[in-house]
Design a protein around this ligand. Structure first.
Ligand SMILES: Nc1ncnc2c1ncn2[C@@H]1O[C@H](COP(=O)(O)OP(=O)(O)OP(=O)(O)O)[C@@H](O)[C@H]1O
Ligand SMILES: [Mg+2]
Length: 295
């Protein structure tokens, strides 16, 4: 039985490290963080996502040799009978995990880096992804993901898409189905820069957020960074290619970058009501989808 009682915390007084669609992350100031989740975040089931993350992290903690301090370790988690209200919404699941060093970079911060700093960052991100893949393999994560069915790709939960967006998604799926097949293996599933923690020197010291970890292909992980920061693409792909046995398929990467923009567009439009951002992404997505349709 856990003696930790999140309902007794004064959440307003705790440093808030992150706020996502499914819930919030607080610094407990004892070397751990608290992820407090809603069941209904709008994109998938919050309970399923956090439980899935705890399962993946528990398995990764068994990798021998261990991956070291790059990943959080789950201390405990539980469901709540009585919801905790935070920012007016009911939270019914919590996970306590070890706090990692470092801070996530922002896109602006990366864009402000000089060429040398960017190349070093790309190499370090590549190294951390390759290290993570090694740990997935050593810990036997693939078997767990295959038996649990993993987390569905592009899980849109209860979002009701309008017909134009349904068509965009269909078009994208048809394009992705034509890609050359590749090795499928565990992927992080949301390897964007908000989930990659850097030290002051710009080196990756932590990777978080395993709620979307699933079986997939490497280009799906790469696109999370490169669709947001195309300037990192060349350095990232070439560093990663030298670390992995499998071939990185440039065409697949381009297609998954479009998929990534499409999902960001859907989230901006239907969850955050950020119509400006949705329209900006829509223009890019449509241009790319048209190019593939014409090819
Ligand atoms: N174990 C940890 N150690 C240090 N910081 C953490 C840890 N877990 C999360 N964080 C911080 O909290 C932020 C949000 O955490 P996380 O990425 O797990 O959830 P989220 O992005 O809100 O979830 P989702 O993307 O599923 O909506 C991270 O970007 C990171 O800054
Ligand atoms: Mg995150």
């Amino acid at each position: 039985m856990s003696t930790f009682k999140p309902e007794e915390l004064d959440l307003e007084q705790l440093p808030l490290l992150g706020r996502g669609v499914w819930g919030s992350v607080f610094d407990l100031d004892d070397g751990t963080v608290l992820k407090l989740g809603k069941r209904i975040g709008g994109i998938g089931d919050g309970h399923e996502k956090l439980r899935h993350e705890a399962m993946v992290l528990d398995r990764l903690a068994q990798a021998t040799p261990p991956i070291g301090s790059l990943l959080p370790v789950v201390v405990e988690w539980d469901l709540l009978d009585q919801a905790i209200q935070f920012e007016g919404e009911p939270h019914t699941i919590w996970v306590r995990q070890t706090k990692l060093a470092g801070q996530p970079a922002t896109i602006d911060q990366v864009l402000g880096m000089n060429g040398t700093e960017r190349r070093a960052l790309a190499a370090s991100v590549a190294e951390s992804l390759a290290g993570l893949y090694g740990a997935f393999e050593r810990a036997g994560v693939a078997a767990d993901l295959r038996s649990s069915g993993g987390v569905a790709d592009f899980q849109l939960g209860d979002i009701q898409l309008e017909s134009m967006d349904r068509e965009r998604l269909e078009k994208f799926r048809r394009i992705a189905a034509l890609l050359e097949p590749a090795d499928n293996h565990p992927i992080h599933g949301d390897f964007n820069i908000s989930n990659i923690l850097l030290d002051n020197g710009g080196r990756v010291v932590g990777v978080v957020d395993f709620a979307e970890t699933r079986i997939g292909r490497v280009e799906e992980d790469i696109c999370s960074v490169t669709s947001e920061i195309p300037d990192l693409r060349e350095g990232y792909v070439s560093s990663l290619q030298s670390l992995l046995d499998q071939r990185i398929d440039r065409e697949a990467l381009e297609v998954f970058e479009i998929g990534s923009d499409l999902i960001s567009m859907i989230i901006s439009r239907y969850r955050f009501s950020d119509l400006r951002e949705a329209e900006r992404l829509e223009a890019d997505v449509d241009r790319c989808l048209r190019r593939y349709a014409a090819a």
